[in-house]
Write a protein that binds this ligand. Structure first.
Ligand code: ZN
Length: 123
């Protein structure tokens, strides 16, 4: 079964390599205000099937790229440095975060174990 995440209007559709079991709720101002709930994958692992009306917002280019649908307004995915793996100021390795709220299978969404990270105070 293909695991998919789709924005409300269907313009952005992402196929995931496997079902997420965990998601991260970040307390930073962007994540709080945009409603992102992040399921992390390796960059290139999820497949972006379509991104009609895709747009990018980034107050910290190129560190964090926040993708959203300019038609329906859904926060869709983002890329950011993978701070969990490297002990440097700004790691070169990046991670890909899918907004788990876009999961088409609501049962998968409800089963997620959500971890909060304090992005509001960590960066
Ligand atoms: Zn949309």
């Amino acid at each position: 079964m293909t695991i998919t995440a789709t924005c409300h209007c269907g313009g952005t559709r992402i196929e995931l390599p496997d079902a997420p079991t965990h998601a991260t709720q970040c307390t930073c101002t962007y994540c709080t205000k945009s409603g992102g709930l992040w399921a992390y994958y390796d960059v290139g692992s999820p497949r972006i099937v379509s991104e009609t009306h895709g747009a990018v917002y980034s107050p910290t280019t190129p560190l964090h790229e926040h993708h959203f649908c300019a038609r329906c307004g859904c926060t869709t995915y983002g890329t950011s440095p993978d701070y969990s793996l490297e002990d440097t100021e700004i790691p070169e390795r990046r991670k890909f975060a899918v907004n788990a709220k876009l999961l088409d299978d609501y049962a998968l969404f409800r089963a997620l174990k959500v971890e909060e990270i304090d992005g509001r105070n960590l960066w």
